[in-house]
Design a protein around this ligand. Structure first.
Ligand SMILES: Nc1nc2c(ncn2[C@@H]2O[C@H](COP(=O)(O)OP(=O)(O)OP(=O)(O)O)[C@@H](O)[C@H]2O)c(=O)[nH]1
Length: 646
């Protein structure tokens, strides 16, 4: 039945449905928040003034995926009476995408008060994501901390992200409190894991706290040093996160270094010189609770009637108007690894999509945004992400939090190319260009050198799988750099991979080869010389630009064949034969044919009902508007997406 519905109606209906689902999920999370707020009676039961820096502890919980960070945060919130005791599960994972996927994608802050040996402490804890794609969140959070709790699962042991997170904290000179978690599990091997920690991090077994569901954890914050700031100095506040609240506008997360910030204060941002009035200020307890004031060493949120989302620059410093202080160094920009085009499903929705992207990137500064245009998909953006999961989550958040309906093209990496010829140098403005969009790759005749992005991969695996992992790595053009045992039966491998080789299905293959026992993490390793080709696709000799791709010489034929087959399945038959070809430098490397088919929409109308025939022909004409004409071939717009999606 639905195939006879006008598409627009179906599209509207889908949007309505999404909106309804969104409202339902919002009211659910509002219920949870209001329960929490009721528990807090809407105000704080303590005074922030009573917490000088000596009685403040700011720390992050860091670990590999699923090692128990959010659960530990739940227990701490309960033990300190911040939330009622009960069946609390990952309370700080507030986003719908986090609840649905069961992973943390956004670092979340909570301030709590706990009494230890007769002294009350103000704890500010940050629950961080574990997945490599969100490591920017972790590194940003560490800027507001003096220490970290490094959690290790006693069953799984040290994993690839444990190593990455350890070094992140180590390089920032933070106090590391090692905690062995899940020691209640039947298969827990605390002795083996302690040995791994000694081998890899030089941490002695007696330095490690052993906990079951965090029951003994609460006292470990006493090992975190207190912040070294001064309440009596002029105000210096550091902005380490920001987000857009539908009702309240732009909200910033701040760490007060020196001085005191109060509601009504006029403050100036170091980077823009713009001045605002603080309209609300408070702490996350664990939801926003106004306190009207924040003192040196404390962490909280503030609102200041910003008109544009780009005014809340993460990494910025603010101070009292006319009382300028030396700003803090800020953050290094994230280096995007994967790029993809993003277009509205309907061009008339471009303004809504732009608005949604602006608001969401306020909460996720690791996304790089530039304007893009495609002949088939219209006006849109080219976005840079830290990985495929990051790209997927961003897409889902756009739909769930902003009701934006978007199309994403296939992901690609950024290649570098050296070009020659004076005319070309003038045209490009440089002899070394970065190509983010394969369509914009110059003619290979003027390219003298190709470079592709590389990553340093860390794989931790039981030794039994060593041979199959080595074979997989070689098949992905990996170069084995190092191999060492971290205990009697587990090995850590360092492999240099071309980034393009680990983007698609590598992780899944690794997991299935090792029955889920291997873990993988990677970091940027610069660029390396390579051999690349541009593959163009043609339908009856017409170039289909949006399918153009750049790949390694050795991969061209296999990739081209896959895309041709997918096109054959996706492009509807027409009244003539369609030839599909993939070419490199005008040489055909793969081809398929789609047989002719004569479609007569009026065929089912026997008899002479002319009005029915006219109606069918009119509907067919309307349908053509949604088609992209390539030469004389009508291709539905979603056919590209189906082909581009791997
Ligand atoms: N048996 C046992 N299970 C635990 C313990 N701590 C956490 N878990 C379980 O481990 C799973 C993962 O816990 P999370 O707290 O979501 O892990 P996480 O590190 O926050 O996960 P990401 O945010 O996705 O990286 C959940 O099913 C928890 O119930 C523990 O001490 N013992």
């Amino acid at each position: 039945m639905s195939q006879f519905w006008p598409r627009l109606l179906a599209h509207r209906w889908q949007r309505q449905f999404r909106l309804l689902a969104k409202l339902r999920s919002q009211s659910k999370s509002l219920r949870t928040s209001s329960q929490l707020l009721q528990h807090q009676s809407g105000s704080l039961s303590f005074k922030l003034e009573d917490f000088p820096v000596e009685r403040i502890r700011n720390f992050s919980i860091i670990a590999h995926v699923d090692h128990g960070k959010s659960t530990l945060a739940d227990r701490l919130l309960e033990i300190t009476g911040t939330i009622p005791m009960g069946d609390n599960k990952q309370v700080l994972d507030r986003l719908q995408v986090e609840r649905e996927r069961g992973i943390t994608v956004k670092a979340q802050t909570a301030s709590l008060v706990h009494e230890h040996n007769g002294t009350k402490y103000l704890l500010n804890l940050i629950d961080t994501p574990g997945h490599v794609d969100f490591h920017y969140e972790v590194s940003r959070s560490l800027a507001a901390c003096d220490g970290v709790v490094l959690l290790v699962d006693a069953n799984q042991g040290v994993q690839a992200q444990t190593v990455a997170n350890f070094y992140l904290a180590f390089e920032q000179n933070l106090k590391i409190i090692p905690v062995l978690n899940k020691i209640d599990l039947k298969n827990a091997q605390p002795e083996v894991v302690l040995e791994q920690m000694r081998n890899l991090f030089d941490i002695e077994p007696d330095e490690v706290l052993k906990v079951i569901s965090s029951s003994r954890f609460y006292s470990c914050y006493t090992y975190v040093p207190n912040p070294r700031y001064d309440r009596l100095q002029p105000l210096k506040a550091f902005v380490f996160d920001s987000w857009y609240d539908q009702f309240k506008g732009v909200v910033v997360h701040i760490a007060i270094c020196d001085g005191v910030a109060k509601k009504g204060d006029r403050i100036t941002y170091a980077s823009s010189g713009k001045t605002y009035e603080i309209t609300e200020i408070g702490i996350m307890h664990p939801t926003q609770v106004p306190s009207d004031v924040l003192y040196a060493g404390q962490v909280g949120y503030a609102m200041m009637n910003m008109r544009n989302t780009d005014e809340a620059k993460i990494g910025d410093t603010f101070f009292h108007e006319n009382k300028r202080v030396q700003p803090l160094p800020g953050f290094k920009d994230a280096t995007p690894m994967v790029f993809a085009g993003m277009f509205p499903t309907d061009q008339s929705e471009f303004p809504q999509m732009r608005n949604a992207i602006e608001k969401l990137t306020l909460n996720d500064r690791s996304v790089q945004v530039s304007v893009d245009n495609s002949p088939a998909l219209g006006q849109g953006y080219r976005l840079g992400f830290l990985g495929l999961l990051h790209m997927d989550v961003f897409n889902q958040r756009l739909e769930q939090e902003f009701d934006a309906s978007v199309i994403m093209t296939a992901p690609n990496v950024a290649y570098k190319m050296k070009i020659m010829g004076e005319k070309n140098l003038k045209h490009w403005g440089t002899d070394f260009i970065t190509v983010l969009n394969p369509c914009l790759m110059p003619d290979p005749a003027i390219i003298t050198e190709y470079q592709e992005p590389m990553v340093d991969g860390t794989i931790i695996t039981p030794a039994d799988y060593l041979d199959s992992i080595t074979a997989l790595s070689l098949n992905r053009r990996g170069q084995l750099k190092d191999q060492s045992y971290i205990d009697d039966s587990r090995v850590m491998l360092r492999v240099l991979f071309p980034l393009s080789e680990i983007l698609v299905e590598f992780f899944d293959e690794l997991k299935s080869l090792t029955s889920g026992y291997a873990s993988f993490d990677y970091e940027d390793a610069g660029y390396q010389l390579t051999e690349l080709v541009k593959v163009n696709f043609y339908l009856n000799d017409k170039d289909v630009e949006e399918l153009t791709m750049i790949c390694h010489v050795s991969r061209a034929r296999e990739t081209a064949r896959k895309v041709c087959l997918k096109l054959k399945d996706t492009v509807p038959r027409q009244q003539f034969v369609i030839s599909i070809q993939a070419k490199v430098n005008q040489k055909v490397i793969a081809r398929e044919n789609i047989k002719a088919y004569r479609k007569d929409v009026t065929a089912k109308c026997y008899g002479g009902d002319i009005s029915r025939k006219t109606k069918l022909l009119k509907r067919q004409a309307e349908g053509k508007k949604r088609l992209r004409k390539i030469g004389n071939i009508d291709v539905p717009k979603d056919a590209f997406i189906k082909v581009l999606r791997k």
